[in-house]
Design a protein around this ligand. Structure first.
Ligand SMILES: Cc1cc2nc3c(=O)[nH]c(=O)nc-3n(C[C@H](O)[C@H](O)[C@H](O)COP(=O)(O)OP(=O)(O)OC[C@H]3O[C@@H](n4cnc5c(N)ncnc54)[C@H](O)[C@@H]3O)c2cc1C
Length: 309
């Protein structure tokens, strides 16, 4: 095959809001484009109970419904989507080769929209996965009906999801390592008013135990060094995210936290490779910023292809 004769003009990795938006733009531009997704399309949005800060939905919309609408829009515009995981890649300025299981595909340009995954506590919670430890209230809250749970974190996601948990559980102990929340004020107001939430300030989770599942969550106050045990049936963790970059070629520059470094055109250190959404070095990781990045990345990829001829 000649060096520039590739299977696709644009391949997009990840069908979260960024990937689907990039796909919508590329499909409308009549590019030869493929979107690859290793799990269910929607990314982190499908584990979000309710979204009320994405414009166009004055009453808010469930994460699941928003993801469905994005997917329907992309498919209606003729976007080709495949259920495949990209395991590795080889990049040259003109041809990008992606490994998908046993198969390889080539493309002129690549948009990486592989997003991020919840950060772990690393206090031995692995053995309680599916037995009390969860990163997704939307998925697991109904299993904790009228029970007591610990929630960990102090940002928007932690507060929003803790409030959602209170629709099911009797009590949420919200463990946060500082003495104030980072979450948006409107969410803080709702959390402080909610009688089912008790705040455990200046504290971190140090471990958990239980016979069949979580029974006790151990926390330590970082100011006084005092330890205490909270009797709880579950522990929901929202302490940030880590980027999904394990499959990337080493030539793509990452920042000190492992996020892809991209400029205002979403261009990475490799010509023809663009990044969008939560996986890149951005000051805000939200649906609105992911779709904005993706629109730019898609148009930048088109321009790149025009320029290489
Ligand atoms: C619980 C929760 C609540 C939230 N609430 C809100 C909110 O109310 N408002 C808001 O604006 N934002 C919210 N967010 C943040 C928002 O969901 C993210 O900013 C947004 O989803 C980022 O989109 P993305 O497309 O960049 O990445 P993601 O949504 O992470 O999607 C990335 C996709 O890439 C796929 N992928 C990864 N690696 C590969 C691979 N190697 N091969 C193929 N596919 C791959 C993943 O499976 C995933 O589907 C919330 C997040 C969480 C977790």
């Amino acid at each position: 095959m000649p060096e520039t004769d590739t299977d696709y003009e644009i391949v997009i990795i990840g069908a979260g809001p960024a990937g689907m938006t990039a796909g919508i733009y590329a499909a409308r531009a009549r590019m030869k484009v493929l979107l690859l997704e290793k799990a269910a399309p929607g990314g982190q949005v499908i584990i979000t109970d309710w979204v009320e800060n994405y414009p166009g939905f004055p009453e808010g919309i469930s994460g699941y419904d928003l993801a469905e609408k994005m997917l329907t829009q992309a498919k209606t515009l003729g976007l080709e989507i495949e259920s495949e995981e990209v395991s590795s890649m080889t990049l040259t300025p003109k041809v990008k080769t992606l490994q998908l299981g046993e198969r390889t595909i080539t493309t002129k340009s690549l948009i990486i929209a592989s997003g991020a995954s919840p950060r772990k506590l690393n206090v031995g919670e692995e053995k309680f996965m599916g037995k009390g430890v969860s990163f997704c209230a939307t998925c697991d809250a109904p299993f904790f009906k009228e029970k007591t749970v610990v929630a960990v974190g102090g940002g928007d996601t932690a507060i929003q999801e803790a409030i959602y948990l209170t629709k099911f559980v009797n009590k949420v102990y919200l463990v946060h390592r500082r003495d104030e929340l980072r979450a948006t004020k409107i969410l803080q107001e709702r959390a402080f008013k909610n009688k089912k939430i008790e705040f455990v300030w200046d504290s971190v989770v140090t471990g958990m135990d239980g016979f069949f599942g979580v029974e006790n969550v151990h926390v330590k106050n970082v100011k006084t060094q005092e330890s205490r045990t909270i009797k709880a049936d579950g522990c929901f963790v929202w302490i940030g995210i880590t980027p999904n970059t394990g499959f990337l070629d080493k030539s793509i520059e990452l920042d000190q936290w492992g996020f892809i470094v991209a400029d205002q055109y979403m261009a990475t250190s490799v010509p023809g490779v663009f990044a969008a959404g939560d996986v890149r070095n951005t000051p805000l990781r939200q649906i609105a910023t992911a779709v904005g990045d993706a629109a730019i990345a898609s148009v930048s990829a088109e321009h790149f292809i025009e320029n290489i001829g």
